[in-house]
Design a protein around this ligand. Sequence first.
Ligand SMILES: Nc1ncnc2c1ncn2[C@@H]1O[C@H](COP(=O)(O)OP(=O)(O)OP(=O)(O)O)[C@@H](O)[C@H]1O
Ligand SMILES: [Mg+2]
Length: 485
Amino acid sequence: MAEKTLGGVIPTATTSTVIPRQDIVRLRDTLLDWALDMMSADRAALIHIEGSALKVVASRNLSDESARDLTDLSTSVVRQVLGTGVPLLTHDAQADPRFGQAASVILHQITSIICVPMFHEQTVIGVIYLDSRRNRSRFTDENIEFVSTFAKVAALASDYAKSYDEVNQQLQQLRQMNWAREKIVGQSPKMQEVFNLMRRVMNSDISVLLEGESGTGKELVAQALHYDGPRRDRPFVTQFCGNLAESLLESELFGHKKGSFTGAISDKKGLFEIADGGSFFLDEIADISPTIQTKLLRVLQDGEIRRVGDTDSHRVNVRIISATNKSLKGEVEAGNFREDLYYRLNVISIHLPALRERIGDIPLLVNHFLRELAHKTKTGQKRLSPRAMQALVNYQWPGNVRELQNTIERSHLLSEGDIIEVHDLFIPEAERLALKSKTLKDYERDVVLRVLKECGGNKTMTAETLDVSLRWLHYKLNEWKQPGD
Ligand SMILES: Nc1ncnc2c1ncn2[C@@H]1O[C@H](COP(=O)(O)OP(=O)(O)OP(=O)(O)O)[C@@H](O)[C@H]1O
Ligand SMILES: [Mg+2]
């Protein structure tokens, strides 16, 4: 069993910051309460400039409406402080010729207003506004200093909240990036088809069957479907189902009750329960026994599992991704696999092409692995000689990408210089395969024509796959034209 938590690579918002956002907001509110109390003010507001608008981010005794559009506040006062960056105090607003006519001053019978700017570095980012009505408190010049100190703390808190939001937004973007999918290398039409299908099923819960020879990347695709999909924060659980004793697999998948068989010394949760809310990757699904097939069908139909030896069922919500390198349909036809289960697992199937069916991707994969190796071993990136690359392109790759990856790792280790030569490859008949084309030009033509064939003669697609311009491709095809073509 392998329970992986790659999703944890990108931290969630709550674990990535020292002070949770709600605490910053609470701090701002507490500051405002203090100011209101200590100044015996009637109303208080913390106002930010956001773009070209003003926004009340915290307030006391303001109606929701005025907090939204500032109608009740003396906007002339606020704008003046924002414009000048200088604190403003009026002891007698009604008589003050600057504000006495303001509707809000008259309406709320405001006598005293104190309004202090908040700075981030040298820039005014907002104000703190306090006012008081007739017969309450008259603010004094000494109060300005107190409110200014308070404004500094509030500005820090606001700044912190803003960077918090920015960091959070970036995290969000990061999480939305298809980072698992990025690990899957391939530009060939067959891989484009795979990526298209992946995109279509990514955000749904439907069961996906991955088919393909050994080493074609089935597990990689299963991981990408989970870690780039909506369940990424929940578990991704893998179970290899091939060649396992039935009773062992059964208790792994569904769990068991204490005493249900010899050795069951305590209750055990099955992997389906562990995967609840996440995805379950059932690898080598073709090999499961009829009993397990029946139990699996029940999970898929009813969303329920029953532990071995238990009479109660548990509900689970798991997305199933299964994989096989046999033909599951063939197994159904041979009577080895339940047809109803086959249809449940195979709502969509994605076929991973063999490497020999997409030779255009070989140079890309080789460079990808060499780049990874250079990074891992902290050495310069090695290259393949054209003949070595030719040998790789001509080889049949029964072990597909896994075999290619092993070959590159081995030759990276064994080659002495920066260039990996044919004799460093240690693949069967490497020399002969390299000789299939004698010169670099032959090699070029060979690869281009084979990719063109893979792309069904589509030149645009061929140029994209090979990462060359369409002009270059036309030019080359012309050059290679046989007389009389
Ligand atoms: N398109 C690809 N791009 C990059 N790496 C790949 C790609 N396909 C496969 N690999 C790498 O090749 C190796 C084998 O891939 P994976 O384990 O996904 O194959 P598989 O189809 O599950 O094989 P098996 O049937 O033997 O279990 C892994 O190391 C994987 O990272
Ligand atoms: Mg696998």
